[in-house]
Design a protein around this ligand. Sequence first.
Ligand code: C2E
Ligand code: CA
Ligand code: CA
Ligand code: CA
Length: 278
Amino acid sequence: AKSLGKRNFQFYAPTMTHEAMRRASVERQIRIALEEGGFTVEYQPKIGVRSRRLIGFEALVRLKPVDGRPPLSPVEFIPIAEDSGLIVPLGTWVLNEACRQNKAWQNAGYLPVPVSVNVSAVQFRSSEFAATVRQALKSTGLNPAYLDLEITETTIMQNFEHGVTLMRQLQAIGVGVSIDDFGTGSSSLSKLKLFSADTLKIDRSFIRDLPHDRDDAAITSTIIELARNLDQKVVAEGVETQEQLAFLQEHGCDEAQGFFFSAPLSAQRFEALYGKQW
Ligand code: C2E
Ligand code: CA
Ligand code: CA
Ligand code: CA
Protein backbone atom coordinates (compact mmCIF):
# COMPACT_ATOMS: atom_id res chain seq x y z
CA ALA A 1 0.00 0.00 0.00
CA LYS A 2 2.90 2.25 0.79
CA SER A 3 4.43 1.97 -2.66
CA LEU A 4 1.03 2.50 -4.24
CA GLY A 5 0.73 5.68 -2.17
CA LYS A 6 4.04 6.83 -3.52
CA ARG A 7 3.01 6.12 -7.09
CA ASN A 8 -0.22 7.99 -6.53
CA PHE A 9 1.69 10.91 -5.19
CA GLN A 10 3.88 10.98 -8.29
CA PHE A 11 0.88 10.60 -10.52
CA TYR A 12 -0.71 13.72 -9.02
CA ALA A 13 2.49 15.74 -8.87
CA PRO A 14 2.99 18.59 -9.24
CA THR A 15 0.44 19.56 -6.59
CA MET A 16 0.04 23.02 -8.10
CA THR A 17 -1.77 21.60 -11.10
CA HIS A 18 -4.41 20.27 -8.77
CA GLU A 19 -4.71 23.57 -6.94
CA ALA A 20 -4.83 25.49 -10.21
CA MET A 21 -7.59 23.21 -11.49
CA ARG A 22 -9.58 23.70 -8.29
CA ARG A 23 -9.26 27.46 -8.56
CA ALA A 24 -10.30 27.41 -12.20
CA SER A 25 -13.37 25.36 -11.28
CA VAL A 26 -14.33 27.77 -8.46
CA GLU A 27 -13.81 30.73 -10.79
CA ARG A 28 -16.13 29.08 -13.33
CA GLN A 29 -18.74 28.56 -10.56
CA ILE A 30 -18.55 32.25 -9.62
CA ARG A 31 -18.91 33.35 -13.24
CA ILE A 32 -21.94 31.14 -13.79
CA ALA A 33 -23.54 32.19 -10.49
CA LEU A 34 -23.09 35.86 -11.43
CA GLU A 35 -24.83 35.28 -14.75
CA GLU A 36 -27.60 33.05 -13.46
CA GLY A 37 -28.61 34.60 -10.14
CA GLY A 38 -26.74 31.97 -8.17
CA PHE A 39 -25.79 34.21 -5.25
CA THR A 40 -27.86 35.23 -2.27
CA VAL A 41 -27.26 37.40 0.80
CA GLU A 42 -27.68 36.44 4.45
CA TYR A 43 -28.04 38.94 7.27
CA GLN A 44 -26.62 38.76 10.78
CA PRO A 45 -27.97 41.08 13.48
CA LYS A 46 -25.84 43.56 15.41
CA ILE A 47 -27.29 44.05 18.88
CA GLY A 48 -26.94 46.92 21.35
CA VAL A 49 -25.02 45.50 24.31
CA ARG A 50 -27.09 47.45 26.82
CA SER A 51 -30.39 47.87 24.99
CA ARG A 52 -30.45 44.32 23.54
CA ARG A 53 -32.13 45.81 20.52
CA LEU A 54 -31.35 45.41 16.86
CA ILE A 55 -29.11 48.28 15.82
CA GLY A 56 -27.89 47.06 12.46
CA PHE A 57 -27.08 43.96 10.43
CA GLU A 58 -24.23 42.68 8.30
CA ALA A 59 -24.78 41.39 4.77
CA LEU A 60 -22.82 38.20 4.01
CA VAL A 61 -22.78 36.72 0.52
CA ARG A 62 -23.66 33.06 -0.11
CA LEU A 63 -23.57 30.78 -3.13
CA LYS A 64 -26.92 29.04 -3.51
CA PRO A 65 -26.67 25.24 -3.27
CA VAL A 66 -26.71 23.43 -6.63
CA ASP A 67 -28.23 19.91 -6.84
CA GLY A 68 -28.65 19.89 -3.07
CA ARG A 69 -24.90 19.89 -2.52
CA PRO A 70 -23.55 22.16 0.24
CA PRO A 71 -22.18 25.32 -1.41
CA LEU A 72 -18.65 26.65 -1.04
CA SER A 73 -18.13 29.09 1.83
CA PRO A 74 -17.13 32.71 1.14
CA VAL A 75 -13.85 31.92 2.90
CA GLU A 76 -13.12 29.71 -0.13
CA PHE A 77 -14.62 31.68 -3.01
CA ILE A 78 -13.97 35.33 -2.01
CA PRO A 79 -10.15 35.05 -2.41
CA ILE A 80 -10.63 33.49 -5.87
CA ALA A 81 -13.15 36.19 -6.78
CA GLU A 82 -10.51 38.73 -5.71
CA ASP A 83 -7.67 37.19 -7.72
CA SER A 84 -9.82 36.93 -10.85
CA GLY A 85 -11.32 40.43 -10.55
CA LEU A 86 -14.82 38.91 -10.30
CA ILE A 87 -15.10 40.44 -6.83
CA VAL A 88 -15.87 43.79 -8.51
CA PRO A 89 -19.16 42.72 -10.15
CA LEU A 90 -19.92 40.40 -7.21
CA GLY A 91 -19.29 43.15 -4.65
CA THR A 92 -21.44 45.56 -6.64
CA TRP A 93 -24.23 42.99 -6.72
CA VAL A 94 -24.05 42.41 -2.94
CA LEU A 95 -24.02 46.17 -2.30
CA ASN A 96 -27.10 46.73 -4.44
CA GLU A 97 -28.95 43.72 -3.02
CA ALA A 98 -28.22 44.76 0.58
CA CYS A 99 -29.36 48.35 -0.06
CA ARG A 100 -32.48 47.14 -1.86
CA GLN A 101 -33.38 44.76 0.99
CA ASN A 102 -32.78 47.37 3.67
CA LYS A 103 -34.95 49.90 1.81
CA ALA A 104 -37.67 47.25 1.38
CA TRP A 105 -37.71 46.59 5.14
CA GLN A 106 -37.93 50.30 5.81
CA ASN A 107 -40.79 50.63 3.35
CA ALA A 108 -42.56 47.76 5.12
CA GLY A 109 -42.40 49.72 8.38
CA TYR A 110 -39.54 47.95 10.19
CA LEU A 111 -37.32 50.07 12.41
CA PRO A 112 -34.68 51.65 10.14
CA VAL A 113 -31.12 50.51 10.96
CA PRO A 114 -27.95 50.48 8.87
CA VAL A 115 -26.90 47.51 6.76
CA SER A 116 -23.16 46.78 6.76
CA VAL A 117 -21.57 45.57 3.53
CA ASN A 118 -18.08 44.09 3.29
CA VAL A 119 -15.70 45.80 0.86
CA SER A 120 -12.80 43.83 -0.61
CA ALA A 121 -9.35 45.38 -1.00
CA VAL A 122 -9.79 45.08 -4.77
CA GLN A 123 -12.98 47.19 -4.69
CA PHE A 124 -11.41 49.62 -2.23
CA ARG A 125 -8.44 50.27 -4.56
CA SER A 126 -10.66 50.85 -7.59
CA SER A 127 -11.15 54.47 -8.64
CA GLU A 128 -14.80 53.64 -9.40
CA PHE A 129 -15.74 52.63 -5.87
CA ALA A 130 -17.29 55.88 -4.60
CA ALA A 131 -19.33 56.12 -7.81
CA THR A 132 -20.53 52.53 -7.34
CA VAL A 133 -21.73 53.38 -3.83
CA ARG A 134 -23.48 56.54 -5.04
CA GLN A 135 -25.17 54.56 -7.80
CA ALA A 136 -26.39 51.82 -5.43
CA LEU A 137 -27.96 54.41 -3.13
CA LYS A 138 -29.53 56.23 -6.04
CA SER A 139 -31.03 53.18 -7.71
CA THR A 140 -32.41 51.69 -4.46
CA GLY A 141 -33.46 54.96 -2.85
CA LEU A 142 -31.74 54.00 0.44
CA ASN A 143 -30.78 56.94 2.65
CA PRO A 144 -26.95 56.95 2.93
CA ALA A 145 -27.22 57.05 6.74
CA TYR A 146 -28.48 53.45 6.56
CA LEU A 147 -25.45 52.07 4.73
CA ASP A 148 -22.22 51.15 6.50
CA LEU A 149 -19.13 49.83 4.71
CA GLU A 150 -16.87 47.32 6.47
CA ILE A 151 -13.25 47.63 5.33
CA THR A 152 -10.52 45.55 6.96
CA GLU A 153 -7.72 47.21 8.85
CA THR A 154 -5.19 45.53 6.55
CA THR A 155 -6.89 46.88 3.41
CA ILE A 156 -6.86 50.41 4.81
CA MET A 157 -3.28 50.35 6.02
CA GLN A 158 -2.01 48.86 2.72
CA ASN A 159 -3.64 51.64 0.70
CA PHE A 160 -3.45 54.43 3.20
CA GLU A 161 -3.09 57.59 1.05
CA HIS A 162 -5.82 56.47 -1.31
CA GLY A 163 -7.85 55.31 1.69
CA VAL A 164 -7.92 58.74 3.27
CA THR A 165 -9.10 60.29 -0.01
CA LEU A 166 -11.74 57.62 -0.49
CA MET A 167 -12.83 58.01 3.12
CA ARG A 168 -13.49 61.73 2.51
CA GLN A 169 -15.55 60.87 -0.57
CA LEU A 170 -17.57 58.29 1.39
CA GLN A 171 -18.13 60.72 4.25
CA ALA A 172 -19.32 63.30 1.74
CA ILE A 173 -21.83 60.76 0.44
CA GLY A 174 -22.97 60.23 4.04
CA VAL A 175 -22.38 56.49 4.49
CA GLY A 176 -20.72 55.02 7.58
CA VAL A 177 -17.35 53.26 7.55
CA SER A 178 -16.28 50.48 9.95
CA ILE A 179 -12.78 49.09 10.32
CA ASP A 180 -13.25 45.32 10.14
CA ASP A 181 -11.03 42.68 11.79
CA PHE A 182 -9.57 45.43 13.94
CA GLY A 183 -6.46 44.44 15.86
CA THR A 184 -5.18 42.00 13.24
CA GLY A 185 -3.56 44.56 10.95
CA SER A 186 -0.93 47.00 12.03
CA SER A 187 -2.44 50.42 12.43
CA SER A 188 -0.34 53.21 13.72
CA LEU A 189 -2.48 55.30 16.02
CA SER A 190 -1.78 58.51 14.13
CA LYS A 191 -2.95 56.89 10.90
CA LEU A 192 -6.01 55.52 12.64
CA LYS A 193 -6.93 59.01 13.78
CA LEU A 194 -6.38 60.44 10.30
CA PHE A 195 -8.59 57.82 8.71
CA SER A 196 -11.43 58.69 11.11
CA ALA A 197 -13.75 55.72 10.65
CA ASP A 198 -17.07 55.72 12.48
CA THR A 199 -16.72 52.27 14.02
CA LEU A 200 -14.05 49.78 15.10
CA LYS A 201 -15.00 46.14 14.79
CA ILE A 202 -12.94 43.96 17.15
CA ASP A 203 -11.77 40.81 15.42
CA ARG A 204 -13.33 37.52 16.46
CA SER A 205 -9.93 36.06 17.39
CA PHE A 206 -9.77 38.40 20.43
CA ILE A 207 -13.30 37.57 21.55
CA ARG A 208 -13.05 33.78 21.32
CA ASP A 209 -11.20 33.13 24.59
CA LEU A 210 -12.80 35.90 26.65
CA PRO A 211 -12.97 36.40 29.55
CA HIS A 212 -10.36 33.80 30.58
CA ASP A 213 -7.43 34.68 28.33
CA ARG A 214 -5.68 37.59 30.00
CA ASP A 215 -4.01 38.87 26.83
CA ASP A 216 -7.25 38.88 24.88
CA ALA A 217 -9.05 40.55 27.78
CA ALA A 218 -6.39 43.27 27.88
CA ILE A 219 -6.47 43.78 24.09
CA THR A 220 -10.27 43.91 23.94
CA SER A 221 -10.66 46.37 26.79
CA THR A 222 -7.88 48.52 25.29
CA ILE A 223 -9.59 48.62 21.88
CA ILE A 224 -12.88 49.60 23.55
CA GLU A 225 -11.13 52.42 25.38
CA LEU A 226 -9.30 53.51 22.23
CA ALA A 227 -12.58 53.71 20.34
CA ARG A 228 -14.14 55.76 23.11
CA ASN A 229 -11.20 58.19 23.10
CA LEU A 230 -11.39 58.55 19.33
CA ASP A 231 -15.18 59.06 19.49
CA GLN A 232 -15.78 55.90 17.53
CA LYS A 233 -18.35 53.20 18.11
CA VAL A 234 -17.06 49.73 18.88
CA VAL A 235 -18.54 46.39 17.85
CA ALA A 236 -17.40 42.93 18.95
CA GLU A 237 -17.76 40.15 16.39
CA GLY A 238 -17.96 36.42 17.04
CA VAL A 239 -19.77 36.68 20.37
CA GLU A 240 -20.89 33.16 21.20
CA THR A 241 -21.41 33.05 24.99
CA GLN A 242 -23.11 34.88 27.81
CA GLU A 243 -19.73 35.20 29.54
CA GLN A 244 -18.19 36.98 26.56
CA LEU A 245 -21.17 39.32 26.39
CA ALA A 246 -20.94 40.07 30.12
CA PHE A 247 -17.25 40.98 29.71
CA LEU A 248 -18.07 43.29 26.80
CA GLN A 249 -20.89 44.95 28.70
CA GLU A 250 -18.70 45.48 31.76
CA HIS A 251 -16.06 47.16 29.58
CA GLY A 252 -18.51 49.41 27.75
CA CYS A 253 -18.58 47.84 24.28
CA ASP A 254 -21.46 49.36 22.28
CA GLU A 255 -22.55 46.55 19.99
CA ALA A 256 -22.16 42.81 19.65
CA GLN A 257 -22.63 40.34 16.83
CA GLY A 258 -22.33 36.57 16.85
CA PHE A 259 -23.91 33.17 17.26
CA PHE A 260 -24.98 34.04 20.83
CA PHE A 261 -27.67 36.20 19.23
CA SER A 262 -28.00 34.65 15.81
CA ALA A 263 -26.09 33.10 12.92
CA PRO A 264 -26.46 34.89 9.58
CA LEU A 265 -30.01 34.26 8.27
CA SER A 266 -31.78 34.32 4.94
CA ALA A 267 -33.74 37.55 4.39
CA GLN A 268 -36.97 35.68 5.04
CA ARG A 269 -35.82 34.21 8.37
CA PHE A 270 -34.22 37.49 9.39
CA GLU A 271 -37.45 39.35 8.75
CA ALA A 272 -39.35 37.00 11.08
CA LEU A 273 -37.04 38.01 13.94
CA TYR A 274 -36.54 41.66 12.98
CA GLY A 275 -38.59 43.34 15.65
CA LYS A 276 -37.88 40.98 18.53
CA GLN A 277 -36.06 41.78 21.77
CA TRP A 278 -32.71 39.96 21.47
P1 C2E B 1 -16.12 38.76 8.20
O1 C2E B 1 -16.43 40.01 7.46
O2 C2E B 1 -15.20 38.86 9.36
O3 C2E B 1 -17.53 38.14 8.60
C1 C2E B 1 -17.78 37.47 9.80
C2 C2E B 1 -17.75 35.97 9.61
O4 C2E B 1 -17.87 35.35 10.88
C3 C2E B 1 -18.91 35.43 8.79
O5 C2E B 1 -18.45 34.26 8.10
C4 C2E B 1 -19.92 35.02 9.86
O6 C2E B 1 -20.84 34.03 9.44
C5 C2E B 1 -18.98 34.48 10.90
N1 C2E B 1 -19.55 34.56 12.24
C6 C2E B 1 -20.51 35.40 12.72
N2 C2E B 1 -20.74 35.21 14.02
C7 C2E B 1 -19.89 34.22 14.42
C8 C2E B 1 -19.65 33.58 15.69
O7 C2E B 1 -20.26 33.88 16.71
N3 C2E B 1 -18.69 32.62 15.71
C9 C2E B 1 -18.00 32.25 14.59
N4 C2E B 1 -17.08 31.29 14.71
N5 C2E B 1 -18.19 32.85 13.38
C10 C2E B 1 -19.13 33.82 13.30
P2 C2E B 1 -18.77 34.06 6.54
O8 C2E B 1 -20.15 34.52 6.24
O9 C2E B 1 -18.37 32.67 6.22
O10 C2E B 1 -17.79 35.07 5.86
C11 C2E B 1 -16.41 34.91 5.97
C12 C2E B 1 -15.67 36.08 5.40
O11 C2E B 1 -15.92 36.17 3.99
C13 C2E B 1 -16.13 37.43 5.97
O12 C2E B 1 -15.50 37.64 7.21
C14 C2E B 1 -15.66 38.36 4.87
O13 C2E B 1 -14.29 38.58 4.99
C15 C2E B 1 -15.92 37.52 3.63
N6 C2E B 1 -17.22 37.90 3.05
C16 C2E B 1 -18.46 37.42 3.30
N7 C2E B 1 -19.38 38.07 2.54
C17 C2E B 1 -18.68 38.98 1.81
C18 C2E B 1 -19.06 39.96 0.82
O14 C2E B 1 -20.25 40.16 0.46
N8 C2E B 1 -18.04 40.70 0.27
C19 C2E B 1 -16.74 40.52 0.64
N9 C2E B 1 -15.79 41.29 0.05
N10 C2E B 1 -16.37 39.63 1.56
C20 C2E B 1 -17.33 38.86 2.14
CA1 CA C 1 -17.28 41.97 8.08
CA1 CA D 1 -13.76 39.34 11.10
CA1 CA E 1 -12.83 39.35 7.62
